[in-house]
Design a binder for this molecule. Structure first.
Ligand code: GLU
Length: 304
């Protein structure tokens, strides 16, 4: 087994020296207050315990990381019917781009860009009794932690400024790929993005993707085949228009969010979560990407 503790410490010490830590997202005004010097890493291994360093226990806004969890719940609820409404190709464009959606008649490229995630939100709104509470309970169950919650101020802040998401939802509606009212679906979507979690809670919640669909409470949520598909989507579509770069440098499926979190995993081996709120130009955490590249290089553990 690699010396995870020493490797994480070295990576952390090197990374915090970086002069350019990226820029904290400000298009959602509430996110702009976060201190750019935060940096945490949490590693949950399959059978050698957990390792962590820095601000791994501070809560942050998971934002688009929630898209993988929402997708898992939608697949758990309606199975392959999800794929009638969203396809599985990388978009090669920013997460909130609208042009392709119009050209492709309201069928989003994949469930990890905003338009696709809004379709998934619509599926959850249709299939859950109390959508916001039920989704929160789903995430709490995956992480086995009932303290996980929404940050209402972040959800409201996005509601006030989420013009492009309103545009995407309206386009979807015009193409009849949204069954519920735009406001209801977006209220759900903004809340799902506004969940706050720590690095260790995220490693726990994503454990099922590295464990054949069985969560840390030993419950089978999704099948092997469904896990394979979600992990493939995370590899090819999980990092905005930088998914190729992430696969090239890090070599793991994962998902990032504009709150500065990244969760990545190696099936049957580990889940690793980083949080550093400064983003690069493509919207991925700058220090997080550097740290994960170092991690898979130094441990020689990636899917390749
Ligand atoms: N709630 C954000 C949005 O829809 C999520 C963006 C992200 O993390 O990629 O713009």
């Amino acid at each position: 087994m690699p010396d995870y503790k020493a490797i994480l410490n070295t990576i952390y010490q090197e990374a915090i020296k970086a002069k350019d830590k990226g820029i904290v997202a400000s298009y959602i005004p509430e996110l702009a207050h976060v201190d750019v010097t935060n940096f945490g890493i949490h590693l949950k291994t399959y059978n050698h315990g957990s390792f962590s360093v820095g601000d791994f226990n501070k809560k942050f806004s998971i934002q688009s990381i929630s898209k993988a969890l929402a997708l898992a719940e939608a697949i758990e609820l309606i199975g392959d019917a999800v794929w009638n409404r969203v396809t599985v190709e990388p978009s090669g464009h920013p997460f909130n781009q609208l042009a392709l959606l119009e050209i492709e008649n309201g069928i989003p490229r994949n469930p990890l860009i905003n338009a696709g995630a809004i379709v998934i939100a619509d599926i959850l709104v249709s299939n859950l009794k109390n959508p916001k509470q039920d989704f929160l309970n789903y995430v709490r169950g995956l992480a086995n932690d009932n303290t996980i919650n929404y940050n209402k101020a972040v959800a409201n802040s996005e509601k006030i400024t989420g013009y492009k998401n309103f545009a995407a939802a309206n386009l979807l509606k015009s193409f009849k790929n949204l069954n519920n009212p735009v406001d209801e679906v977006l209220d759900f979507y903004f809340h799902q993005c506004a969940i706050e979690m720590t690095c260790s809670q995220l490693s726990d919640a994503f454990f099922m993707f590295s464990n054949n669909g069985i969560c840390i409470q030993n419950k089978q949520h999704i099948t092997d085949r469904q896990v394979k598909r979600i992990n493939a989507l995370m590899l090819t579509c999980g990092f905005y228009d930088e998914a190729g770069e992430f696969a090239f440098k890090v070599g793991l499926p994962g998902k990032s969010g504009v709150g500065g979190g990244i969760v990545a995993l190696l099936p049957d081996k580990f889940v690793i979560t980083t949080w550093a709120p400064g983003l690069n130009k493509k919207g991925n955490s700058k220090l997080g990407m550097l740290a994960l590249e170092q991690f898979t290089t130094q441990t020689k553990q990636s899917i390749f």
